[in-house]
Design a protein around this ligand. Structure first.
Ligand code: SF4
Length: 335
């Protein structure tokens, strides 16, 4: 039987898609890595999506309508953003749009409700939660290797912040095939472990949704700074010690309130001895409001960086980054 391509717009229990024998496709990765990303946004605007709307939403919509990368889409209607719900409604009326399956992360982190949601998704994909549990166990070794990659980023700097970002952000769908992904990861780790250890002058954390900029990590490396903690990308890799799929997706911080993110960030910032935090906010995203809480609660220099369309960082952003790096550099020098 032909394997179905199951798309999604935010990280969901990928183990269920794999248990069903289908191919998981994170539409964020399709959009942002495409040479046609700008065309996808323009298509959404031509179909009536407002100009002052998050580019991720428009890009995902455009990629689905223009390149038809999936057979069905899972849309998260609780635990993601309201823009996604509006996108779902447009898919319901647009000719050529794929059928939708909905999924919810209960905002109150209720384990029994989450289990009901996982069983519902399993049944919609023609599998069971028990089969997905087996997949979770099968993926443990791969997830542990991603933890190893993360350790090589902050403990020895044998992995750059940009490499860390790429591998961890891809773990939402494992590039569609966990076995191929694991082979690539094995080869990368073997090569990285032979690199000399180092220590960047400036150790940064990156919080918020993954950046839409294509050269942010390179720019920072070129200026003596390295991102040694990628908050959300690390969350996508599910680096938890847990006993079940329900527990794993309750520990995952993204869909719930900002305070679980805050707790995770505070622990990792201290453990990794981070000098400063870049809080990335997407233009027109409600998550920008969470900046208030992060600034209120984290005792560390914070630069809030806003991005809009895919591409390289602009001159104003470069200037703000340079000023921030100078500030951190002087703090580090003065102890
Ligand atoms: S960046 Fe914000 S507005 Fe855009 S899809 Fe993500 S959560 Fe929604």
């Amino acid at each position: 039987m032909e394997r179905e391509r199951i798309g999604f717009t935010t990280t969901i229990p990928v183990e269920i898609i794999l248990a069903a024998g289908d191919v998981p496709i994170d539409l964020n990765n399709i959009f942002v890595s495409s040479a046609d990303a700008g065309d996808f946004i323009r298509r959404a605007e031509m179909d009536g999506y407002p100009r002052n709307l998050c580019s991720w939403i428009k890009g995902i919509y455009g990629s689905v309508m223009m390149s038809a990368p999936v057979d069905r889409i899972i849309i998260v209607t609780e635990g993601d953003c309201s823009n996604t719900i509006s996108m779902l409604e447009t898919f319901q009326v647009m000719a050529g749009a794929p059928p939708i399956i909905t999924f919810n992360f209960p905002h109150n982190r209720d384990a029994s409700r989450l289990e009901v949601e996982m069983r519902r998704l399993s049944s919609a994909l023609g599998t069971t939660l028990e089969a997905a549990e087996e997949k979770r166990r099968a993926l443990l070794s791969l997830r542990n290797k991603l933890r190893r990659l993360d350790d090589l980023t902050w403990k020895t700097s044998q992995v750059t912040g940009g490499e860390n970002h790429l591998y961890l952000v891809s773990s939402s769908d494992f590039g569609g095939d966990p076995e191929v992904f694991e082979r690539r990861l094995d080869a990368f780790l073997e090569e990285a472990e032979k690199r000399p250890s180092g220590r960047p002058k400036i150790r940064l954390a990156f919080a918020g949704v993954p950046p839409i900029f294509s050269n942010l990590y390179q720019y920072l490396s070129d200026h003596g700074a390295e991102i040694i903690l990628n908050e959300m990308q690390r969350q996508f890799s599910m680096p938890y010690d847990c006993e079940s799929l329900v527990e794993q997706y309750l520990l995952y911080t993204y869909p719930y309130d900002v305070f679980s993110r805050l707790k995770d960030l505070a622990v990792e910032i201290k453990r990794r001895r981070v000098h400063g935090l870049i809080h990335y906010v997407q233009a027109f995203c409600h998550r920008g409001i969470e900046d208030i809480v992060l600034r209120h609660e984290l005792d560390i220099p914070i630069l809030t960086l806003e991005g809009d369309a895919p591409g390289q960082i602009d001159a104003r952003t470069r200037l703000r980054l340079e000023t921030f790096l100078e500030l951190i550099q002087s703090k580090v020098q003065n102890g």
